[in-house]
Design a protein around this ligand. Sequence first.
Ligand SMILES: Cc1cc2nc3c(=O)[nH]c(=O)nc-3n(C[C@H](O)[C@H](O)[C@H](O)COP(=O)(O)OP(=O)(O)OC[C@H]3O[C@@H](n4cnc5c(N)ncnc54)[C@H](O)[C@@H]3O)c2cc1C
Length: 333
Amino acid sequence: MSTDQNEYVATLPLLLTEVEVRSAKRVSPSFVRVELGGAALGEFGVDGPVFDQRIKVIFPNSAGNLPDFTAADESWWTSWMEIPEDERGSMRTYTIRDVVGSGEDTRFVVDIVTHAHDGAHDGAHGDALDGAGNAWAQQAAVGQRLIVMAPRRGHDFGGIEWSPGQATRLLLVGDETALPAIRGVLRDLPADATGAAFVEVPVDGDVPNDVTTPNDVTVSWLPRNGAARGEALHAAVLAHLTGEAPNEALIVAEDEIDPDLWETPIYSSSGEEVAEATAVPTGEAPYAGLYAWIAGESKVVTGLRRKLVNDLGLDRKQVAFMGYWREGVSMRS
Ligand SMILES: Cc1cc2nc3c(=O)[nH]c(=O)nc-3n(C[C@H](O)[C@H](O)[C@H](O)COP(=O)(O)OP(=O)(O)OC[C@H]3O[C@@H](n4cnc5c(N)ncnc54)[C@H](O)[C@@H]3O)c2cc1C
């Protein structure tokens, strides 16, 4: 990126900048970890801890090129969407697992889940079945370039959903795509936080041994090892909340699933009324004092949502349900 471009893009209230891969490493069977750096990341900043901060990443198009944001102004999104889909590169959502370095050496650490189709496809960037993010991560190497869209210090960007308010008990639930976010929340919680986290990962080898967590927050790792997606997660979360192992699996019909599922105390993708005040219920309310943050594959999250809200009576104000991805659907922007 030229100096001129950096100066121009500096006028946007967010970072929209080319970054370079400073390191790329497969850290477990299903995760590739990359460090993305660039002088503009020195301008990164959020108001408080990073928690589950999401960013957007643009991967190169099939010719290996990134869009040119040299003239980016407030209308950059509209202009970018006007470029034919196979030319503009592919945008996906990821979590900042960690921010390392400082100033112009600031780097984002991003953990990308690989979900290879075992060589059934050619793995070219943008391959619809492999997924642009997955295909890129499989070949990631130092020196490659991407574009990231992230918060600029001093400007409101959004993208942090963790919002427990005055909750006295915390529950974090997610699959492998939510592991970087859960890791970030656990890292940034106050030392006296109380609660439990349940994380489903593809296989035993994906269970990390470097997650830091407050003393009174337990973490349960649930490797699928070939079992059905969400099965172990549903069972563990319901047992945690009710004290009893569920006697049947949660079945979710295809037409029940909202592929854009995003239900937080302050936003509803299905258009449900959202509360103005987001206080977690206290007193006699079922599960008083609890705040739950649940993210992962949309069908799995839909099943948990139905159970927790409809059957167990958790108040909408105390739960965030987030479909991070949808089986069989490409999360194109
Ligand atoms: C707020 C937020 C934060 C996220 N953070 C992260 C993160 O830190 N790390 C991360 O890896 N993902 C994260 N995700 C999920 C990620 O955006 C999706 O998994 C996305 O679909 C990956 O894009 P892709 O190009 O690989 O696949 P797509 O082009 O979206 O999909 C292609 C095919 O791959 C399948 N697919 C997509 N993801 C998976 C998967 N994980 N396992 C199996 N099959 C899959 C799809 O169902 C589809 O059939 C996050 C999502 C959100 C909304």
